[in-house]
Design a protein around this ligand. Sequence first.
Ligand SMILES: Cc1cc2nc3c(=O)[nH]c(=O)nc-3n(C[C@H](O)[C@H](O)[C@H](O)COP(=O)(O)OP(=O)(O)OC[C@H]3O[C@@H](n4cnc5c(N)ncnc54)[C@H](O)[C@@H]3O)c2cc1C
Length: 413
Amino acid sequence: MPSTSDSEILVVGGGIGGLATALACARSGREVRVVERASKFSEVGAGLQLAPNGAEALRILGVLDTLDEMAVFPAQMAMHDINSGTALSRIDLGSNLSKRFGHRYRVMHRSDLLDALLSAVRALPNVVLETGQHVTQARIEADGSTVTCANGNSFHGRVLIAADGVNSVLRRQIHGPDSVRCEGYVAYRGTVPFAELPEHSGEDTVVLYTGDGNHLVQYPVRRGELYNQVAVFRSSQYRPDLDDASWATPDELDAAFAKTVPYVRASISRIDRQFRWPLRDRDPIRNWVRDSAALMGDAAHPMYQYLAQGACQALEDAVTLGACLGVEVSGKALARYARLRQTRTAQVQLTARKFGEFIHLGGMAASLRDTILQSHDPADYSQMEWLWGWRGSLDGADPDAGICTEELMEETR
Ligand SMILES: Cc1cc2nc3c(=O)[nH]c(=O)nc-3n(C[C@H](O)[C@H](O)[C@H](O)COP(=O)(O)OP(=O)(O)OC[C@H]3O[C@@H](n4cnc5c(N)ncnc54)[C@H](O)[C@@H]3O)c2cc1C
């Protein structure tokens, strides 16, 4: 029997972004309802890197200590050439990093992060969680928004937060139509029990083997019990009109890594072939807010994963939403949130694109890149300060700062 339910803050999407938003708003004293399409709250996929800015957001949300029981704290990030094995650069993730940013670098299973958020949300009396609710449309008005689900149920919120991911249905209604970008890159990923591995790149290392149009990332997760692997390559089978199952097939995965060092080939042979993730982003946009509805997380700023920042940025959004909606539940608070977040997330989206091009260079450009990388001081974090140094405070941030996503895009083209 279809029903209608009311809440102060209605969050559509119960992924990392949606649950973190629910937690942040509930901790600010708000009544929150989360509406999730799946039959349970879960994450598909494997590992997640959590840079100091993401850790700071989780500290503010009060879940960092719980998460740390499951996380791994790598001592370094190492980059190698995928075809020769040559060491290219190293970043110190140990005490130098925590002295600089106040947090260590963490790697974890993404389910462990989702479960930590879910337990924290479930412990709060002012959050209602709904599963099996596939939102198909919204009616957005100045004093509240109502969403309707495929099963006929509808939910109303004084404000609506769209946390429904890269393929967001609500983005169309809040922002208007825009297209997802895909450059033909795909990720295969999964975990292997650490104890079953004949060889690995170290219990304390995040490793990146990089080549012309392909790379492999590996790191341990879940207290070191599992080894996470992400293999990415540019598919020559890709055409925009093909459905996702028809390109970047497992055969092409093997072919894409056929000329790599034996260690990488052996790792690829162990990678899960059941699922693949076509890599997609969108251009930064200005209007995240329409009346009483706002976008957050991948629905607002989907980005390539090359900087390992999509979830970290969703967590920063959540903290900012909690702070703004804690003051007042209104379109004005949503507009303030958007102003505080848009320039930064646009910069992360566009830098992730550039970093993808940088790690996938070939020929002379790759040689030049490698020379630069090999002279890099492992404890020099100056390039990462703007990204990893986020402190979560709204003090000093100018809520009326001009939003310059277009200028940023021009700069990075
Ligand atoms: C290969 C890969 C590696 C990555 N590695 C990292 C990393 O190391 N570090 C990092 O910070 N980020 C990483 N990311 C990015 C990160 O996974 C995402 O940015 C993050 O999960 C976004 O969270 P979200 O909650 O905004 O969206 P999602 O995780 O997509 O969640 C959206 C939720 O909304 C639900 N939903 C969707 N539509 C509807 C609807 N119509 N009605 C109701 N519910 C709906 C979905 O079921 C889902 O639960 C990686 C991404 C990829 C692809």
